[in-house]
Design a protein around this ligand. Structure first.
Ligand SMILES: NC(=O)c1ccc[n+]([C@@H]2O[C@H](COP(=O)([O-])OP(=O)(O)OC[C@H]3O[C@@H](n4cnc5c(N)ncnc54)[C@H](OP(=O)(O)O)[C@@H]3O)[C@@H](O)[C@H]2O)c1
Length: 291
């Protein structure tokens, strides 16, 4: 397929690379064009503007947050104004339900198709085409997107025809992962203060909870490795904020999410913007006077 890719950050660059490897004709755009260098070497064309990446059958976006997506998609000479009728926008950024709903509406008004396709997996998983993709949108949009999604993921879930449902699932998943980070952080603080070796404890955990979230975040906390950020703390903070927004609209009390909101505020208050979101997992050790 002739496809555009907008947003070559930690995730987007790796995802775009797999579209190229799968043989798609790729045009990329990024605010900071130097991040496209590797992809251009591998055969991608570099567009000088958002609209330059919107000339094919489909465009994927992988951008930081709602404001950026709104700007680059709905703004002047954005994706909406540039895609031809019938073309498809696959939105993989973690964004709010209301924005996803609005994007679906606006694309439909322009005779274009929209698929919400947020992803689970950190940049390593993206590079290995091992993302778990949760989709929401009309069946024809999903069918058109399928060859692209298969090139970047290991599993594709269809939540339904309502795009924002996929975004809700994504937010709920990140809530669970952040809860695991917090719990791991508390457990590590406890055992460290009790004089137990963190690495031995990590090994014990590995035989109890041999799943990606525990393995990945257990290792980051045990090794106190929060830089460079593969998933930056402000993005994790944004996800908890979006989750709480959804919970409020649906009248669902989520006390653990409220606690996580404060954890991220604490991290930011202490200069944690540049750290991986796993760094909230070190706050319990600070509270306990372990570090
Ligand atoms: N990292 C993960 O593990 C992970 C996993 C799943 C989902 N996600 C979600 O995927 C999305 C991207 O995450 P990421 O980790 O790839 O983030 P990232 O490395 O910070 O990349 C963000 C992208 O957005 C662009 N951007 C930011 N502000 C912009 C602006 N004002 N105007 C134009 N472009 C702007 C950046 O362009 P520049 O390069 O010019 O800054 C970059 O292309 C987020 O919604 C995140 O929550 C991340």
């Amino acid at each position: 397929m002739k496809v555009g890719f907008i947003g070559l950050g930690n995730m987007g660059a790796a995802m775009a690379g797999n579209l190229l490897k799968a043989g798609h004709e790729l045009v990329v755009y990024n605010r900071s064009p130097e991040k496209a260098r590797g992809l251009v070497t591998q055969g991608a064309a570099l567009a000088a503007s958002v609209s330059g990446a919107c000339t094919g059958e489909a465009v994927m976006t992988m951008l930081a947050n709602d404001d950026v997506v709104e700007d680059l998609v709905l703004g002047r000479e954005g994706v909406l104004a540039s895609l031809r009728p019938g073309a498809l926008h696959i939105s993989s950024s973690t964004i709010s339900m209301p924005l996803s709903q609005r994007l679906a509406h606006e694309h439909a008004q322009h005779g274009q198709r929209y698929l919400a396709a947020p992803v689970f997996g950190r940049p390593e998983a993206a590079a290995a085409a091992q993302l778990v993709i949760v989709t929401g949108g009309e069946r024809s949009a999903l069918q058109a997107a399928n060859p692209l999604l298969e090139a970047i993921g290991r599993k594709i879930f269809v939540v339904g025809e309502t795009p924002e449902a996929a975004n809700l699932v994504k937010l709920s998943g990140n809530f669970l992962i952040a809860s695991i980070i917090e719990s791991l952080g508390e457990a590590f603080a406890l055992i460290a203060k009790g004089g137990i070796d963190r690495h031995q404890y990590l090994e014990i955990l590995g035989s109890l909870f041999n799943v990606p979230a525990y393995n990945t975040y257990g290792a980051l906390i045990a090794n106190r490795r929060f830089e460079p950020a593969a998933f930056a703390a402000p993005l994790g903070q944004k996800d908890i904020r979006l989750l709480l927004g959804a919970a409020e609209r649906l009248n669902v009390p989520m006390p653990i999410a409220s606690l996580l909101r404060d954890r991220f505020l604490t991290l930011m208050a202490h200069g944690g913007e540049h750290l991986d979101w796993a760094a909230i997992g070190e706050l319990p050790a600070k509270d306990a006077g372990v570090i």
